[in-house]
Each structure stands twice: as structure tokens, then as C-alpha cells.
Design a protein around this ligand. Structure first.
Ligand SMILES: NC(=O)c1ccc[n+]([C@@H]2O[C@H](COP(=O)([O-])OP(=O)(O)OC[C@H]3O[C@@H](n4cnc5c(N)ncnc54)[C@H](OP(=O)(O)O)[C@@H]3O)[C@@H](O)[C@H]2O)c1
Length: 229
């Protein structure tokens, strides 16, 4: 599928593979230096995509914190911030959430085509609603992003969105920050949900980089260079 952006999946997980705990407050897995690294990765992409449930649970702003990085983008002729993108079946989202209200930047909400009218009724003018097939077709989402000038996309969770992208073989690179603790609660969200992953034990990913960032271990995997059995 040539008409799609390069996709980087960026996630922080506990040693036992959880990306949150089961409490209502957001669990921060990374340390300050690693959050700064993520800021740099964001500064290098055209769009950041998260699942609708991450908007509801974490209410992230998806901004670039560093003004210097924002200035660098502007100097390169890019928008100051990457587009914010989400995927939802019905756009049952709070229009006051930070995804929509923080920062003056393009916001795109991809929904199944049959849900476009409902989504527009819910969200009005605060975001661009795009129908992407029935059921929603992830390749159509990526082709549309590509047509809007997105050549590099950062996918930032949560577990259902990771699974959607990985099982569709639409991830080029994974950045996995491993936090030095356990969550140990099977009711908590995991890195992925059940699915058939092309990168199974017979198709191991290529480990391109290991970096220590304080108490975080950053692992960078390339998926298209799987090493085979
Ligand atoms: N540690 C990290 O790096 C990190 C990063 C991000 C998130 N998280 C955590 O991840 C958790 C949330 O993950 P999650 O798995 O529950 O949710 P999620 O992946 O953020 O979002 C799932 C939602 O995406 C929409 N969706 C997914 N596939 C779709 C499809 N094929 N068609 C239409 N819509 C689709 C649906 O939205 P609707 O329900 O609106 O239909 C679905 O409920 C939170 O606890 C958050 O803290 C952790």
C-alpha cells in the first residue's frame, strides 16, 4: 500500500505489558527525559493519532511542549504542531476535551461513513469529520491522511488502536518505552488486545535500537525488517 504515511507506534508499558492501571487517574509510565524524547518524536511528524477511548480516559493535549521545537517546524515551513487525529465508531466524545480545545491545530475525526451525520451533530465545527467506509477501513484513513499531506504519522495508543494498526500490518516502527515497574492487574489496559499479529514468534521483529533513558529502556523495532523464523 504505497499511498500511506510512514507509521511510528509510540507507547510506554510496564514490565508486565500494561499501558495503564485500572484507576481513573492517568498512570504516568515514562520519566521526564523520556517524555522529552516523545516531544522530539512528535515534533518530527505531520500527525498524531490516538483512539477515542484514550481521549475519554486520559484527556491528552497532544502538544509539542518545547517552543524551540515548534519554532524549528515553523522555520521548516511546517505547521507549528502536528494534526490531531482520532478514530471512533460514533464520535461519542466531549467537545470540551483537550483533544479539541487545546491548541489551534487541525483536528480530524475518522468514523464509519454511516456515522458521519451523527458525528457532525455531536462535534459541529470543532473538527473535520471524515467517513472512512463501513466498517471503517484503516487503509482508507491512511490514504486520506496521505492526501492531506501527512507523510509521517505517530500512533500513540491505546491498546485497541495498537491492535488495529499492528494486525493490519500498517506499522513501520515501534518505539516501546519499558517502565521499571509492574502493574499486575489483568483488568488494566494492555499494550494490545487479542488479535492475529503478523509479527508472531515465527516472524520476529528487527530490534534496531536499545537506549537507556534513566530508568526507562527504550526499544525501537522495525517491522518490515522482520528477521523470519
Ligand atoms: N502508556 C501509553 O503509552 C498509553 C498511550 C495511550 C493510551 N494509553 C492507555 O490506553 C487506554 C485506552 O486504550 P483502549 O484500548 O481502551 O482505547 P483506544 O485504543 O484509545 O481507543 C479505542 C477506541 O477507538 C475506536 N476504534 C478502534 N477501532 C475502531 C474501528 N475499527 N472503527 C471505529 N472505531 C474504532 C473506538 O472508539 P469508540 O468507542 O468511540 O467507538 C474504540 O473504543 C487508557 O487507559 C490509556 O491510559 C496508554
Amino acid at each position: 500500500m504505497p499511498n500511506r504515511p510512514y507509521v511510528v507506534l509510540s507507547v510506554a508499558a510496564s514490565i508486565d505489558g500494561y499501558i495503564d492501571d485500572n484507576n481513573p487517574e492517568r498512570l504516568y509510565l515514562s520519566n521526564e527525559a523520556d517524555f522529552d524524547r516523545v516531544d522530539e518524536v512528535r515534533a518530527g511528524v505531520d500527525a498524531v493519532l490516538i483512539g477515542a477511548n484514550t481521549i475519554r480516559r486520559d484527556n491528552p493535549k497532544l502538544r509539542i511542549k518545547s517552543q524551540e521545537r515548534r519554532d524549528r517546524r515553523l522555520a521548516a515551513g511546517l505547521p507549528e504542531l502536528p494534526f490531531k487525529v482520532t478514530i471512533s465508531s460514533k464520535a461519542d466524545l466531549d467537545p470540551e476535551s483537550n483533544f479539541f480545545t487545546a491548541e489551534d491545530v487541525e483536528k480530524l475525526v475518522y468514523v464509519p461513513t454511516s456515522a458521519v451525520d451523527t458525528a457532525r451533530d455531536r462535534l459541529g465545527e470543532i473538527a473535520t469529520i471524515v467517513g472512512a467506509g463501513d466498517p471503517l477501513d484503516l487503509e482508507a484513513v491512511l490514504a486520506d491522511l496521505s492526501n492531506r499531506g501527512v507523510s509521517r504519522l505517530m500512533v500513540e495508543g491505546g491498546g485497541h488502536i495498537h491492535t488495529l494498526f499492528l494486525t493490519a500490518e500498517l506499522v513501520d516502527e515501534i518505539h516501546l518505552a519499558v517502565a521499571p515497574f509492574f502493574v499486575g492487574d489483568s483488568a488494566a489496559p494492555r499494550l494490545v488486545v487479542d488479535g492475529e499479529f503478523p509479527q508472531d514468534f515465527r516472524h520476529r521483529m528487527h530490534l534496531a535500537e536499545v537506549q537507556q533513558i534513566g530508568d526507562i529502556a527504550l526499544l525501537r523495532y522495525l517491522l518490515k525488517e522482520a528477521t523470519g523464523a
